[in-house]
Design a protein around this ligand. Sequence first.
Ligand code: GRF
Length: 194
Amino acid sequence: MLTVAVLISGTGSNLRALLEAARHPDFPARVVVVGADRQAEGLAHAEEFGIPSFTVPWHEHENRAAWGDEVARQLAVWKPDLVVLSGLMRLLPPALVAEYSPRLINTHPAYLPEFPGAHGVRDALAAGAEQTGASVIVVDDGVDTGPILAQERVPILPDDTEHSLHERIKPVERRLLIDVVRRIATGDLPLTSA
Ligand code: GRF
C-alpha cells in the first residue's frame, strides 16, 4: 500500500477527491497525513476523514528554508512514499525537493509547459487561448518544469471567467491525480527525475 502525504493551501477539493478514492478498499494508496502552510479550509476534509494533519504557518518562519525544514520534520513522522502538492501556494525549498523528488508530484491547472506559475488559469485567459488544460507533474527545482506524468486539454469558452474556467479544469485535475496516484502505487507509472 502506497502511503501519501498531501500538502494544501486552499479549499482542498482535489484533496477531498483523493480521500474519497482512497477509502475504497481496492484503491492501492492511502492518505496518511495532510499538511498546510496556513489554516486552510481544506484541513476540514482531513478531519472529516479521520486523517491526521499539521500546519506549518509560512509567516511564522524566517525564510523558505526554515519553513521547509519544519515541513520536512512533520513529514518525517509519517515517512510517506509519495508527497502530493495539491493547491499548495508555496514553492518548496531545494532541500525538501531533493529529499522527496521524484516522489513529489504537483497538480497544475494548465497544459504545461503552457502557463506555468501561480496564475495558470488567469494567464491562459489573458493570452486569448482557445484551450488550456490540466497537468500532473513531478516537482523539480523549477516552477512547474518537472516531467509531465499526465495531462489533458480543457476548452476555453467565449464567456469564461477565471472562476468558471478553473471550476471546469478542477474535475479534470482530480481525475488525472487519482489515476496517477493509482498508477504510481501499482508500479505502472515509474517515477524518474528527468
Ligand atoms: C488546483 O487547481 C491546483 O492545481 C491549483 O489550486 C487549485 C487547488 O484547488 N494550484 P483545491 O484547493 O484543491 O480546491
